[in-house]
Write a protein that binds this ligand. Structure first.
Ligand code: C2E
Ligand code: MG
Ligand code: MG
Ligand code: MG
Length: 275
């Protein structure tokens, strides 16, 4: 039968699948090169007080270009980095760049806390806390200026490890937030055991809350949960005034989103900080 299929006779895969495999392979090579050559970029998205517009912090977000100078979405290269284990190196490079940049804001006269996304594999690494402490000591940055964003699923992988990790971070003065809160499946009883500082309301809820009752109820529930557990709150993905006004009305006072600013290059963020 294979012979009658002409040019496909030696191929195990359909053309489309073959293209996907080639693309994935190229992306992995690009990611390896980018990390080896220290070409990963970090962008910064402002976090603001929704009522006053005051700058309260910045989220560091990894950015990568291909050889043609086109941006590759983090939604593509982050999962690939996670699958290949490259996320540990990627995460360390982002941490270092973000802390260096935070130091440069400080040198310009601004204390702007920076938050860095930490993948599950990094969070599971017992060396992480010491590595971060060493980095802060080397750059002479206060731990209060660093926040780690961890997803619910990363926290839930190994609950007792997570507890020890979170208490070490707390003891070091490094703040932690649960990213994309509400999209995972963590049980509320764990939230009580986990010593985190901030809940981040996922952008999917923020974006639909004015059109979808269910999403509105989730936003309300997360806000009251944070209030009753004495956690800080931040809403991500705020794109319009109506969403901002509703969040303020519901009691969420901090946010980030395209309404205020897209993630900015390090140079553009410095300009933003100083204006
Ligand atoms: P995240 O940590 O939840 O980051 C928020 C994402 O929402 C960012 O996407 C940001 O650009 C985007 N965003 C911000 N405001 C708005 C808005 O108003 N509307 C919309 N539609 N989107 C908005 P980005 O930069 O593409 O990153 C996607 C995800 O990739 C991040 O989600 C995070 O999970 C992951 N990621 C990015 N950088 C890193 C990193 O350095 N390490 C790790 N482990 N993950 C990273
Ligand atoms: Mg995040
Ligand atoms: Mg998020
Ligand atoms: Mg997200």
């Amino acid at each position: 039968k294979a012979k009658s299929e002409g040019r496909n006779r030696t191929s195990f895969f359909s053309d489309e699948l073959e293209q996907q495999i080639i693309y994935r392979h190229q992306l992995e090579l690009l990611l390896r090169d980018t990390l080896a050559n220290r070409q990963l970029q970090v962008y910064y998205q402002p976090k603001l007080c929704l009522k006053t517009g005051k700058l309260l912090g910045a989220e560091a977000l990894a950015r990568m270009q291909n050889q043609q100078g086109q941006w590759v979405s983090p939604l593509e290269f982050i999962p690939l980095a996670e699958e290949t284990g490259l996320i540990v190196e990627l995460g360390l490079q982002v941490l270092r760049q973000a802390c260096q940049e935070c130091l440069s804001w400080q040198q310009l006269g601004y204390q702007v806390p920076v938050s860095v996304n930490i993948a599950a594999a990094q969070f599971a690494d017992p060396q992480l806390v010491q590595q971060i402490k060493d980095l802060l000591a080397e750059l002479q940055i206060s731990a209060q200026l660093l926040e780690l964003e961890v997803t619910e699923s990363a926290l839930m992988l190994d609950v007792s490890k997570t507890q020890s990790m979170l208490s070490q971070l707390r003891a070091s003065g490094i703040r932690t937030s649960i990213d994309d809160f509400g999209t995972g499946y963590s049980s509320l009883s764990y939230l009580k055991k986990f010593q985190v500082d901030v809940l981040k309301i996922d952008k999917s809820f923020v974006q639909e809350m004015l059109t979808d009752r269910g999403d509105m109820e989730i936003v309300k529930a997360v806000i009251s949960l944070a209030q009753s557990m004495n956690l800080q709150l931040i809403a991500e993905g705020i794109e319009n005034e109506a969403q901002k006004d509703m969040l303020i009305k519901l009691g969420c006072e901090v946010g980030q989103g395209y309404l205020f600013s897209k993630p900015l290059s390090a140079a553009n963020f410095r300009t933003y900080v100083c204006q």
